[in-house]
Design a protein around this ligand. Sequence first.
Ligand code: XMP
Length: 511
Amino acid sequence: RILILDCGSQFTQLIARRVREARVYSEIHPPTRSLAWIKEWKPTAIILSGGPSSVTDEGAPSFDPAILDVAPVLGVCYGMQWIAHVSGGEVKGGGHREYGRAEIQVKENRGLFAGFDAGERSIVWMSHGDHVEVVPKGYVLTASSDGNPVVAFRHESKPIHAVQFHAEVAHSVRGADIIQNFLFDIAGAKPDWTPGHFIEQEVAKIRELVGDAQVICGLSGGVDSSVAAALVHKAIGDQLTCIFVDTGLLRLHEREQVERTMGQHLGIKLVTVRAEDRFLTALKGLDEPEAKRKAIGHTFIDVFEDASAKEGKDAKFLVQGTLYPDVIESVSAKGGPSATIKTHHNVGGLKPDMKFQLIEPLRELFKDEVRNVGRELGLPEEMVGRHPFPGPGLAIRVLGAVDPVNVETLRRADAIYLEEIRAAGLYNEIWQAFAVFLPVRSVGVMGDGRTYEHVIALRAVTSTDGMTADWYAFPHEVLARISNRVIREVKGINRVVYDISSKPPATIEWE
Ligand code: XMP
C-alpha cells in the first residue's frame, strides 16, 4: 500500500487516482505524520506530493529525512525540492518558473524511465516557481528540459526518485508510465486492488462508524447521490432512509425515474418530500448565484431535518454524494489550497449548526470512478451513465432571479434538447448537456407578428472529471433540429444560442 503525503497541491488526488488506476491501494495523509507513525503504517512506497510552499518557507511541509529509508520514495514537484533540500542539493526561487506544457529530455532508460528511449523527448506538465539548481550529492540527473536543467533525479543506489513535473496529470503524456514504473518496478507493489475492494473497504468503514444508528440520504436524482446511497445501503440496509426532495427544480420526469430505480429496483427505503414551495420561498428576491446556492443548500438541510424527524427515526448521519472535484472547488481560500470557484451546495452550502454528521463515501473519487463503483453495485446503466446534474438543479440554470414560470420553460426546453441528443446517438459522447434560461428578451418574428421573448442557451461539454472541459462540436444539423423544436414547442422562447466556451476560463454551469 502506498502512502501519499500531501504537501498541499491541487493535484494530490490525481496522484491517488493514478495509483488506483494501476490497481494499487493508497491513502493520502497530511505531511505532519510522524516518522514513527509512518513506520508503523508500513508503506510499500511513499509519494511526496507537490505543494505551494517553498522548502525554506517557515511552516513549509517537512519530514524527518529518515523517511527516505523507510520505503521507496517518489518526490513530485515540491516533494522533489524537499528531497533535494534535505540531501544537500540546492533549491532556488525564480529564474526557471514553468507553468503548463514543457518538453523534457530523458537521460536514461531505467528506473522511472524504464521503457523510454535514452534521449527521448517527452511532453510533461509543469507548475512550479522554485526549482532544483544542483542535484544533491549521491544522486544522478535523469531528465532535464531547455528551461530547467534538473527535471528529474534518482539516488545512485537507494530507491529514491524525484520529478519536477506533475506526472499525475493527464497532460503529462507518459506520466502514468512513470508512476507505474515507480509502483511496480521500483517499489514492487502488486496490482490487486479493484472497485470491488473500494466497496468492501467503504462498507466496513460505514458499518463501524454508524453502528445501529439511523442514517438518511438526500437523493438528488444524479449519479453521485444514487451511488452513495446504494453503497451505504449495501453496508447498513434498512437503517438507511433515502429522502428525495422534489425541489421543483428538477428535470422533466426526474421524480418518477428516481422512485423507479432507487425504490423499486434497488429496494431502498425511499420517502419523497414535495417541497417546491419551500424552495421557491427561500429563493425569493435572490439573484446572486452564491446567495441562491446557499439558500438552496440550507433549505435542503431544513427539509431533511424535518423529514427525518417526521419519520420518527432521528437520524444521526447524513449521506452525501460529494465527489473530489466538488471538494477542491469549494474549499475556501483561507481554509485550503485552492480558491473558491463555486460553493457546491453539498459542500460549502451546509448550515454551520447542522445536527447531522456527514458520511461522504465518494469524497476522494472522480466521476468516472464513481460510475464504475455504481456499475459494480448493480445500478442500471440509465442511472450510472446519466449526465451530471447539480444539486441546486434548474435554479442555477435560470440565471438571476428564479421564477416558476421560467423554470417550467427551461424544463421543457431542456427535455427537448436531451431527447434530440439521445435520438442522434450522441448522449454518451457528451459529458454533460443542458439548457440555460437567459433572463433577457430579444425581438423575433413569428408568423407575421413581432415577438419579444426570452433566450435559451444550449451547453454541451466534453470532460473526464468536470475539472476542465471543452465545448462539444455538434453536427450542425442536430443543432438545427434542436433549435427548431425549442422555438416551435416552447412558449416564451424565440431564440436559441450555443455556448462555445471551455472551462477554464468559463465554468460548466453558468452560475
Ligand atoms: P462547474 O460549473 O463548477 O461544474 O464547472 C462542474 C461540475 O459540477 C456540477 N456542479 C454541481 N454539482 N452541486 C453539485 O452536486 C453543486 O452545487 C454543483 N455546481 C456545479 C456541474 O453540473 C458540473 O458537472
